[in-house]
Design a protein around this ligand. Structure first.
Ligand code: PMV
Length: 328
């Protein structure tokens, strides 16, 4: 099999869940968008038959033929880099190229473990970089492989993070129908705030399952309301109606709070946003920590960011990303 010997760079975007998290697990729709924060992966073949992965201060270097359980590296490396190692190994086996080594250099603008899709973006960009070395740039194939790889990290994942990271844009996901794109009539600016509290999606999802078992009629009521919010939100994106979109974000957040997945730090960040001119705000992702999003009027986004940044939390202004995965 032929491969390129020069360096290639691929990147893939983070995501935010705009509407519908948790309820989507029980067949409700969700709206998810790629945002302009990326993970970049630089890849090159080496002749040492080793997989060398570097990401900031974390690194991992192992012979390609290593069995997974033999891998040793500093602790953080294992947490961050092990899924990426698995991606590399999977693709080398798939191409029957286990005699070839790979150097990967990873650069991330996405906070890890805060519900912004860093795992999916790292899988998508790694798969894209490697496929690029082997001259294959088919996005559908990248999505399929990255989705399987991401399931090593999040079992039972719907695949929506990898889909959005691969194809970009704003996507409506209906568990029984699949994905469809939503084209907004105007540009929207979002503020993403992170609490610094890492969450485990799996644990929060099982807490919600228990809530649903104990409170089935309350859950049903919340779920119906979340469905209505999602549909109204979709129309307001199509129509470019930012007031309505902001209101829907806040409405969705109230439903998630009643589900028990908020956190005092999330509430504090949301209050800060709403007091300082945001049109609406909600937690994004599994909750119990992680990140929040707020819709900000485009023309005064910088002023609002300055005001909000005086409070706690880490903040970044983001726009939707329509490129998805990019090949170097
Ligand atoms: O925090 P995240 O980005 O892993 O979001 C999880 C979204 C859930 O709806 C809570 C779970 C799921 O699989 O859809």
């Amino acid at each position: 099999m032929n491969y390129r010997t020069n360096k290639v760079v691929s990147s893939a975007p983070a995501k935010v869940i705009l509407f519908g998290e948790h309820f989507v697990v029980y067949s409700n729709p969700a709206i998810v968008a790629a945002i302009n924060k990326r993970i970049s992966v630089q890849a090159q073949v080496n002749d040492k038959s080793r997989i060398n992965i570097k990401s900031g201060e974390n690194s991992l270097s192992v012979p390609v033929i290593s069995k997974e359980e033999l891998i040793t590296a500093n602790d953080n490396s294992l947490l961050f880099l092990h899924p990426i190692f698995k991606c590399v190994k999977h693709i080398l086996s798939e191409k029957d190229l286990l005699s070839v080594g790979i150097n990967l250099d990873i650069d991330s603008q996405i906070p890890y473990g805060e519900g912004l899709g860093s795992s999916a973006a790292s899988c998508v960009s790694t798969v894209a970089a490697l496929y690029s070395l082997f001259s294959n740039r088919d996005r559908n194939l990248i999505y399929e492989t990255a989705r399987i790889m991401e399931q090593n990290i999040h079992t039972n994942s719907s695949g929506i993070d990898c889909y959005v990271s691969t194809f970009g844009g704003i996507v409506n996901f209906e568990p029984n129908k699949g994905f469809s794109n939503i084209r907004p009539k105007k540009k929207f600016t979002l503020l993403v705030g992170t609490t610094g509290v890492k969450h485990s999606t799996g644990e929060v999802v099982s807490e919600v399952r228990q809530f649903r078992q104990r409170n089935s009629s309350i859950f049903k009521d919340l779920s119906i309301k979340a469905h209505v919010v999602c549909k109204r939100a979709m129309n307001s994106i199509y129509e470019g109606n930012e007031m309505e979109l902001g209101n829907m974000l806040t409405e969705n957040h109230k439903l998630l709070s009643r589900l028990g997945v908020s956190h005092p730090k999330i509430e504090k960040l949301i209050e800060n946003c709403l007091d300082n001119g945001a049109l609406g705000a909600k937690l994004t992702g599994a909750g119990k920590g992680g990140a929040i999003i707020a819709l900000i009027p485009n023309d005064i986004s910088k002023e609002i960011l300055t005001r909000i940044s005086r409070g706690s939390g880490k903040w970044m202004l983001v726009e939707f990303d329509y490129d998805g995965v990019v090949f170097g």
